[in-house]
Design a protein around this ligand. Sequence first.
Ligand code: ZN
Length: 52
Amino acid sequence: MDIPDDANESTPIHCSNCGAFLGEWGELQDDFYRQARGTEAFDLRNGTIIKK
Ligand SMILES: [Zn+2]
């Protein structure tokens, strides 16, 4: 993912490889936290989802 430093909830996020539109940053964060909830198996650092 390509996350601008000043990304906000409605910033469109595109795939850093192919440029495909992935969704708005707010939505992507919601999806991330929903998937990661309770597991603590993943972390989000600098726009990259890291599997621990
Ligand atoms: Zn892609």
